[in-house]
Design a protein around this ligand. Structure first.
Ligand SMILES: [Zn+2]
Length: 256
C-alpha cells in the first residue's frame, strides 16, 4: 500500500455541489491525462492550479480528475474513486481518470510511471480487472497524455525494472528492444493454451489484451481458457486468423 494524499491532505476546496457516484456496472475504462504544460507547478501546487482553472475559469464542480500523480510518484485523490469526473468529455460517467501533473511529452521519471501503474491497478481491482486503459487522445482530438506517456501505454506499461534502463526516465529504445526480443521468442515458439505457456510474455500479452478491451480474466502470466478466448476475440477484431494462439502476427498487432 502506498500513501495517497487525500483531498483534505492537499487542501481541496468543497465541491460546488455533492459529487455524483459512478454506477460500477457502467464503468468500462481508465483514461490517462497529463498537465499539458511544460515546466508547470509541481506537487500540491499543481493540484491547486488545476482546481483554480477547473472551478474558477471553467465553472466546474471541482478538480476534474479522479486521481493525480506527480513527478515524484506521489499519488493524490482528485475527486477520488467511484466518482463521476470531468476530464474526458463523453466518458465521465463511464471511466475513472488519472492525470500525470508533469509533462507527458518529455521523459517521465520511473517513480511516476510506477505510481501511475499502481494507481491503475488499484482502480482495476475495484472493477474486477475488466477495464480498458487508454490515453485521452484515444477519446478526443488532443495530444494528451503526451507522446512519451502515450508510448508507454502502447508498450504495455512495461516497467522500468523489466528491461535494462537508464537512471533518468525511461529508455524507450531499451523497452522497444525488450518487447521485440520477447516477440522473437514468441515467433519461434508461439504462446498457446495447448502449450500451457506461462511467464513474462504471457503476462505482457494479458496486459495488452486487457488494455485493448479484451478481458483475459486477470494478469497472472498463465495462458488459460480466458486468455485464449480473449486472444480469439482480439484476433477477430483485427481481422487475424482467430486460432487463439499468439504468434508473430498477433504479437505485433498487440504491440502496435
Ligand atoms: Zn487530457
Amino acid at each position: 500500500m502506498r500513501p495517497i494524499i487525500t483531498r483534505s491532505g492537499w487542501g481541496a476546496r468543497m465541491p460546488r455541489k455533492p459529487f455524483t457516484r459512478l454506477k460500477p456496472s457502467r464503468v468500462v475504462g481508465i483514461v490517462l491525462h497529463h498537465s499539458g504544460v511544460q515546466n508547470g507547478p509541481s506537487g500540491p501546487k499543481a493540484l491547486k492550479a488545476f482546481e483554480r482553472t477547473h472551478m474558477d475559469t471553467r465553472g466546474w464542480n471541482a478538480i476534474a480528475y479522479n486521481w493525480l500523480v506527480d513527478e515524484e510518484g506521489v499519488v493524490y485523490e482528485g475527486r477520488g474513486g467511484g466518482i463521476v469526473g470531468g476530464a474526458t468529455r463523453g466518458w465521465n460517467s463511464r471511466t475513472e481518470s488519472i492525470c500525470y501533473t508533469g509533462w507527458g511529452s518529455g521523459p517521465v521519471p520511473d517513480k511516476a510511471l510506477e505510481s501511475i501503474r499502481w494507481t491503475m491497478d488499484q482502480i482495476q481491482n475495484r472493477y474486477d480487472n475488466k477495464l480498458w486503459i487508454k490515453g485521452h487522445r484515444d477519446k478526443a482530438s488532443t495530444s494528451c497524455p503526451g507522446s512519451e506517456l502515450y508510448a508507454w501505454l502502447q508498450r504495455g506499461r512495461t516497467m522500468p525494472k523489466d528491461p535494462k534502463l537508464g537512471a533518468k526516465g525511461v529508455d524507450w529504445e531499451a523497452v522497444a528492444k525488450y518487447v521485440a526480443a520477447l516477440g522473437e521468442q514468441v515467433a519461434a515458439k508461439p504462446l498457446s493454451r495447448r502449450r500451457r505457456s506461462r511467464g513474462k510474455a504471457v503476462e505482457l500479452v494479458q496486459r495488452q489484451l486487457r488494455d485493448k478491451g479484451h478481458d483475459p480474466g486477470g494478469v497472472d502470466g498463465i495462458y488459460g481458457r480466458m486468455t485464449a478466448a480473449a486472444v480469439k476475440s482480439f484476433q477477430r477484431h483485427r481481422g487475424l486468423k482467430a486460432d487463439g494462439v499468439v504468434g508473430r502476427n498477433t504479437w505485433n498487432a498487440l504491440f502496435s
